[in-house]
Design a protein around this ligand. Sequence first.
Ligand code: PLP
Length: 353
Amino acid sequence: MSLDLRSDFLGPPTAAMVEAMAAAAMAPDGFGPREATAQRRLEAYAAQLLGKEDALFFPTCTAANLAAVLAQTAPGETVVADAESHCLLSEAGGLAAVGGVMVRSLAGEAGMLPLEELAEALAVTPDVQRQPVRLVLLETTHNRSGGLPLPLAHIEQVGELARAAGAGLHIDGARFFNAVLALGLAPATLAAPASTVSLSLNKGLCAPNGALLVGSADIIARALVMRQRLGSGVRPAGALAAAGLVALETMLPQLQRDHDNARALVSALRRLDFAAGPPAGGTNIVLVELGLDPPALRRFLEALAGAGVLAIGFGPGRVRLCLHRGIEEAAIPQIAAAFAAARTALDTLPLEN
Ligand SMILES: Cc1ncc(COP(=O)(O)O)c(C=O)c1O
């Protein structure tokens, strides 16, 4: 069977998650949108963990991100975001198409926004021609830069600038706990500057599905209406929430194994003269710069799959690998060997590191 590193949502759930799901599925409870016992427990646990007033269960992090925007903006208002963020690149234009917001994208550095430009954008005085900036979006860990966590100081600076201008700060935290672990911080410390944080339960945390939006009671109350409007109010939610609760309660320390394996994989690939990164400070994502044009990259990925490793193309000439619970340390040499085999198959790869 192939080693599938195309995403960390492919990490298998633990037996405890499956048992909790089965038990909740056998006894569905709750009619209202937040009534299921497991859902209430999950939402309360997440809110407490992040030091916020409330949390709301979503089926996907995309829906949680969109509800966060809808709950904190009105159509025509401006949202400032990093140009390389998942919200702008990979969420089907939901902010514009569904939220009707103006997006001002800034060229960030590994997800960090240029503060002077952000301050300039926030300084606009609303008038008959100009709508205010209502929300700033950050993403941590930052997917496009290879899973790098944003420094806490940067999140605090952005939060401060946003607050001073009367805007909110939403963190797309699909991999928030990878950032928490990499920085050695309490989740509430990293969440403190934000008005809302979305969390994926199904990535490194390995729940089969699910996400959360965490924030103040009034924002979550608005997000509840938006969740319904988006058709994202799962009912009954008990089975998914039960697995999600086990994920939150048990999986946070387990993410370290994925970070260690990512580091080991970077080293193994570099020993073979592949330009693999990110270096120290990264989390569970590995990027390999191959310098190939799109057809050659496609052939490389096919050869890699033929050698038993599945990965995705990620920008020009680049491959992304996500480490997760389904990839053991013992598989690292096999993954590196598959890269070498794919290179031989292609026979045209540059060797510079
Ligand atoms: C940074 C980031 N945000 C949001 C999402 C969306 O998650 P979902 O697939 O649950 O909608 C992803 C998915 O990979 C992601 O990487």
